[in-house]
Design a protein around this ligand. Structure first.
Ligand SMILES: Nc1ncnc2c1ncn2[C@@H]1O[C@H](COP(=O)(O)OP(=O)(O)OP(=O)(O)O)[C@@H](O)[C@H]1O
Length: 844
């Protein structure tokens, strides 16, 4: 495979000696070379897609499964196979597992971003298998912000460093999920159509937001991420199931009075986080498999498009085979800078997948691009539109200012002194009120100018230079830290925004304007959790909305006031000059405008009241939710405390009881000790008595002695009683045992009795049958004797034999009968005996 790549490289005129600075790298043209590194031309690299490979460290799963390193970074530009060192590929740069995303940005993305700020389209995309680290590289996390936040930060930093130009930034963010385009900034923008325009492909109805600061842009992305399709797979807990494209549209124009008519540069910076290709090992089912097949299909189309683009005379390039390639057509076909970052895993379990990524990356390296600045002077330029509107408003304001003077001088010219005096007297109050109205209108116009100006971003620095500053390719010092660029809290971890220092931008007058304070509120809110942050975000949003509506209302009211005052002027003029048709036409136009604007004002008032109600409801519901949640928690805590109190009280009672017992026993033992002591010292006491005559002490000892003997007696009694109680209990137990034994015996006897009765009945029956048989035999003998004596000798002898048999049988029967009777008798005796025993036992 490597040799095949080597052939291709030669066709593109690559020179290995220039690029492969790794000591082990050799020219692929050398047939004897054991190491075939597929190189590229460093000179041409400037015109080619920048291709970098980023290794991630082995993850926990791979370590646990004992995976080994299959691919590794050999120096700064070569990726080599561990098992087959002859397989190696060279790229613009290869980053090892410890490289930071900031470094990746500086090498692989910064030039694309600065190009986009100068009007050259730029595309940066991450391509790789699932779980290789694409999202980690493009989005990152709090500790390590990805390419997207770093690019956004850099864009604003460039604005700050370019005081001679004005910028307008817009962003859109969408995903391609199962070949369906969904707007991530607008949940209602689902299944949007991709349309072709003479100037390129675009998405119909996609929402674009003008962004004012990095935090503003990042909060929009974070909000968009909420809607992105993410799911867990065998390989990645948070696997991207869609390709996402973040587009920053940059317009810029020279700043200053002489800039009129100068072209505006318009460019797009696309930052793409592709979904990862999935191997058959993924073993997915259902929805995941469906997603996987869409992902693989679109990535295959991307690979085919790239492969075709590297052909010398490419035939049909299948851009239209997938939405992804359709949307990337303009970038891939060489109209801007492209940077391809390929995150890979070194793990041996993904050797083949990583190899495919490396081959894809190597092919992409051969795409040639001709990056050029886009200059436009047409309606697409929003910055021009805003600038023109600002200009018109400024002129209107100027006219308004001049109008006062003109009216006054005209009046003085036309009226004679008498009339002028009269008019001055009559109209003094009127003029005063008109001046006030005009002041209001001016304020409204100024407000609008300021709002529009806010959208156009300019540096706070002053400079006479008219070109873009030369930006060093190495890392610049930024005016704001990494922390604030991390994303807002979302599925991928807790992120924090810190907007300090970042949101300084200036209005046209050159005064610094601090960014929306709401972002600072955000930070405070975020410190207290996501819920609070979201609440504050929502309320800030609604407050902003109401503010804007009110502003709009003010502007319209100002305009109505202005029109009304002009109308008055014209009406006066008509009175003086009724023939002037032009004035009539103007009056009509003004009336229509006033009517239309009044209607708009009416609508705005309704909107404001609706928004106010909604915001109040939202606050209330938020507060009530929080209150009910708090109440629940408090009640829970209260219950816990009550339980704790109860158990403590129980413990106290037990302890009190124990204390009382202990005190009692202490008293008792004291008494015993004391008495023992006394008894021991009795003789000595007697001696004392004798010696000292201490009668009281002796008496006390005697009383105690009596008490002790009483206690002893009681103790003995208690012991006796306990003993007899124990004996009684033992007896009781024995009796209970005997009782249960007797009961068991009785029930057994009943059963036995039943069996015996049955047997007895059987024997009686048998006996009766035997008796009947005996009687029948006797009868037969008698009958034969009486039936005649004339029998022949043979028959007689035969009959004799038979009789003998019968006699034998009769005697057998008799014997059996006697035996049976005997058995019966025995059984009867046994039954009677058993019954007697049973009765006796039952009685016991
Ligand atoms: N360079 C790296 N350093 C440390 N951890 C990394 C690195 N790259 C990726 N990871 C970690 O690996 C895991 C997978 O990474 P990530 O989600 O970025 O993969 P992916 O390629 O976007 O996957 P998918 O295509 O499934 O969305 C994450 O937990 C991520 O934090």
């Amino acid at each position: 495979m490597a040799s095949k790549q080597g052939v291709k490289s030669r066709r593109f005129g690559f020179n290995s000696s220039k690029t492969c600075n790794s000591p082990s790298s050799k020219s692929p043209s050398s047939p004897s070379s054991s190491s075939k590194i597929v190189p590229f031309d460093a000179q041409r690299a400037k015109e080619n897609v920048t291709v970098t490979v980023r290794f991630r460290p082995l993850n926990q799963r791979e370590i646990q499964q004992g995976e080994e390193i299959a691919w590794y970074a050999d120096g700064e530009t070569v990726v080599r196979n561990e098992n087959n060192p002859s397989v190696a590929y060279a790229y613009d740069r290869v980053f090892g597992p410890t490289t930071t995303t900031r470094h990746v940005y500086d090498v692989a993305a910064q030039h694309v971003v600065s190009g986009a700020m100068e009007g050259i389209n730029g595309t940066i995309f991450a391509y790789g298998v699932t779980s290789s680290g694409k999202t980690h590289t493009m989005h990152g996390d709090q500790r390590s912000p990805g390419i997207i936040p770093l690019a956004v930060k850099d864009a604003f930093s460039i604005i700050q460093e370019t005081p001679n130009r004005e910028f307008l930034l817009r962003l859109s963010y969408f995903e391609i999920y199962n070949e369906v385009v969904n707007d991530l900034l607008n949940p209602e923008g689902q299944n949007l159509r991709v349309r072709q325009h003479t100037q390129g492909t675009f998405i119909e109805g996609i929402k674009e937001e003008v962004v004012l600061s990095p935090a503003h842009a990042l909060s929009l992305i974070a909000a968009g991420e909420e809607h992105r399709h993410v799911g867990s797979t065998n390989f990645n807990l948070l696997s991207s199931r869609s390709h996402t494209i973040f587009t920053l549209t940059i317009e810029s124009s020279p700043r200053g009075k002489n800039s009129e008519g100068e072209a505006v540069t318009l460019s797009q910076l696309n930052l793409i986080d592709l979904a990862g290709s999935e191997s058959s090992k993924a073993a997915t089912t259902g929805m995941r498999r469906r997603e996987g097949s869409y992902i693989n299909k679109s990535l295959l189309t991307l690979a085919t498009v790239i492969s075709k683009l590297t052909e010398e005379k490419p035939s049909h390039i299948p851009y239209r085979d997938s939405k992804l390639t359709r949307l990337l057509q303009s970038s891939l076909s060489g109209h801007g800078r492209v940077s391809l970052i390929c995150p890979v895993t070194p793990s041996s379990s993904s050797t083949e997948e990583t190899h495919n990524t490396l081959k894809f990356a190597h092919r992409a390296k051969h795409i040639e691009i001709q990056a050029a600045q886009n200059k436009i002077i047409d309606e697409r330029s929003l910055i021009k539109k805003y600038q023109q509107e600002i200009q018109c408003l400024r002129e209107e304001l100027e006219q308004l200012k001049r109008g006062n003077v003109t009216v006054q001088s005209k009046d003085t010219e036309e009226d004679n002194i008498g009339l002028l005096k009269q008019k001055l007297e009559d109209g003094q109050v009127r003029l005063q009120s008109r001046l006030e109205q005009e002041e209001e209108a001016k304020a409204a116009l100024l407000g609008r100018i300021q709002r529009l100006t806010k959208l156009i971003l300019i540096s706070t620095k002053t400079s006479n230079s008219t070109t873009f500053p030369n930006r060093p390719s190495f890392r610049r010092s930024h005016s704001f830290g990494e922390k604030e660029l991390a994303y807002l809290p979302y599925k991928r971890g807790d992120f924090i925004l810190d907007d300090e220092n970042i949101d300084l931008y200036a209005n046209l007058e050159g005064n610094y304007v601090t960014a929306d304070d709401s972002f600072k509120e955000d930070e405070n809110a975020k410190k207290y959790g996501l819920l609070n942050w979201l609440k504050s975000r929502t309320s800030i949003k609604s407050v902003d909305h109401i503010y804007l509506l009110r502003e709009e209302h003010k502007i319209l009211s100002g305009e109505v006031v202005l029109h009304s005052s002009t109308l008055k002027m014209l009406s006066e003029e008509t009175a003086r000059n009724p023939q002037n048709d032009q004035i009539h036409v103007e009056i009509k136009r003004l009336k229509d405008e006033i009517k239309a604007k009044s209607e708009q004002i009416g609508l705005l008032e309704k909107q404001i009241s609706r928004s106010l109600t909604a915001s109040v409801n939202m606050d209330r519901s938020g507060v009530s939710q929080v209150k009910s949640a708090d109440k629940g928690i408090i009640q829970e805590k209260l219950k816990q405390k009550i339980c704790e109190c109860e158990s403590l009280q129980e413990t106290i009672t037990t302890l009190k009881q124990q204390l009382a017992d202990a005190m009692e026993s202490i008293n008792f033992s004291n008494v015993v000790n004391h008495s023992q002591h006394l008894s021991l010292t009795k003789d000595y006491s007697s001696e004392l008595y004798l010696d000292k005559g201490n009668a009281n002490f002796t008496n006390g000892g005697t009383v105690l002695q009596a008490k002790i003997s009483e206690i002893e007696q009681l103790k003995q009694k208690v012991a006796e009683l306990t003993e007899s109680k124990e004996q009684l209990e033992l007896r009781n137990q024995k009796l209970a045992e005997e009782n249960s034994y007797a009961k068991g015996l009785a029930s057994a006897s009943v059963v036995e009795l039943k069996a015996l009765s049955k047997e007895f009945a059987k024997l009686i029956d048998y006996n009766q049958r035997l008796a009947a048989e005996l009687a029948a035999t006797k009868n037969l003998t008698t009958q034969r004797r009486s039936s005649g004596s004339v029998q022949n000798a043979r028959r007689e002898s035969h009959a004799r034999l038979k009789r003998n048999d019968q006699a034998g049988s009769n005697s057998d029967i008799k014997r059996e009968l006697a035996l049976s009777k005997d058995q019966l008798y025995q059984k009867e005796i046994e039954i009677q005996r058993k019954m007697l025993t049973m009765k006796l036992k039952c009685r016991v």
